[in-house]
Design a protein around this ligand. Sequence first.
Ligand code: HEM
Ligand SMILES: *[C@@H]1O[C@H](CO)[C@@H](O)[C@H](O)[C@H]1NC(C)=O
Length: 345
Amino acid sequence: MEFFKFTLTLTAIAFLSATLSSSHPGFNFGWGSPGGNGGFSFGLYPEFYQSSCPQADEIVISVLERAIANEPRMAASLLRLHFHDCFAQGCDASVLLDDSATIVSEKKSLPNRNSIRGFEVIDEIKAKLEEACPNTVSCADILALAARSSTVLSGGPNWELPLGRRDSKTASISASNNNIPPPNSTVQNLLTFFKRQGLNEVDLVALSGGHTIGVARCATFKQRLYNQNGNNQPDQTLEKAYYYGLKSVCPRTGGDNNISPLDFASPARFDNTYFKLLLWGKGLLTSDEVLFTGSVGTTMELVKKYAEDEGLFFDQFAKSMVKMGGISPLTGFEGEVRKNCRRLN
Ligand code: HEM
Ligand SMILES: *[C@@H]1O[C@H](CO)[C@@H](O)[C@H](O)[C@H]1NC(C)=O
């Protein structure tokens, strides 16, 4: 129903644009799961702050409600921050560290610079949590909690979130550069990047559904409009009217910071329209559209299923978010709980 107004919104683009394997070494869930240090390691579990900071999630939600009401895109920015944290060195809040004598910040990496945002909202959450429960809630858990509630507040699914991550004392700009997939990736590239993190093709398609909210800069999709294969031709998989709309936002030269919604039909609503748009040749990034047009049959089938069944997408998104949030966490006595997410204690 809501469907038919999508084609009408084409001119509005220009306007808008001013199941976990416990054997996997990267994951660490469950209290007392076997680890490398003498056969015992701490795990992540939902009740981690139940006695030490029972109000933690409420505090996160109260800050987010205001921030997202003020700027709906903030939900998208915070969801992406957790992804970029987890893919570089594990979910350890390394992405939040600023440059210092000992730290080369990940904020300057190719995928991050002029791009990731939301740090002030994380700072505000952290300040409120330090007031309520000093030295208790890690910045890495704040990122995971913020990603979950950003999803929920945008209309998406909720899930039980394992907690107990600790914060790194290091950052890795090289991991950020090398482990976060670029937007012009083929589907085979994407699968390789995700497998490196212990994530499979189901996780890839479901998590790409995070692009149901938020925007991307012209620089990240320009190649598709003007020179997709080195022959000065646009990407043939782009639907024509959508292509013309994008060109008006993203000229051949300049305009690199002009933005366009990843899901132009409902850019602030967490729903399954992202997948419907892919079926119609209206995915914004190469990495989006190839999930449907690329040569891997399973990803195409999954795109179709999620386009048909929003409930199925929501269930899998929740599962895959828990899985992504379990990438190589620091636990127990590893790392620290930072007092200020931007620097080491
Ligand atoms: C599959 C590989 C992925 C690629 C190649 C990719 C690439 C990108 C790019 C290029 C942008 C725009 C950045 C800019 O304009 O500077 C973006 C934005 C975004 N990404 Fe991804 N992404 C991927 C996976 C994910 C995942 C797994 C999530 C979360 C579950 C996610 C969530 C987002 C969100 C919410 C935005 C919008 C952010 C905002 O508006 O501030 N992405 N992504
Ligand atoms: C992707 O973009 C980068 C940076 O612009 C470029 O060097 C690379 O050749 C592109 N890859 C493909 C497959 O087009």
